[in-house]
Design a protein around this ligand. Sequence first.
Ligand code: CA
Ligand code: CA
Length: 78
Amino acid sequence: MIPKRLSIAMVTALLAACASLPVYNAPFADMDQNGDGVVEWHEFKTHFPEADPKVFLEADRNKNGEITPDEWQSFVDQ
Ligand SMILES: [Ca+2]
Ligand SMILES: [Ca+2]
């Protein structure tokens, strides 16, 4: 059981974090600038200049340095 005070603090921190983040819900094709079917870090960064590398790493589920449409969908839907 999480103490009530702690859970409220956690929710507040989470909301604050969400509010300060760019919205990562771009259509995959918009990010894949060279049309090779995957989004690499430089493409991601071009589309989201404020992007944190951690976000890219999180979206890159299998950590191969590229985001596939499936990985992106899974990231956006989470
Ligand atoms: Ca690409
Ligand atoms: Ca990947």
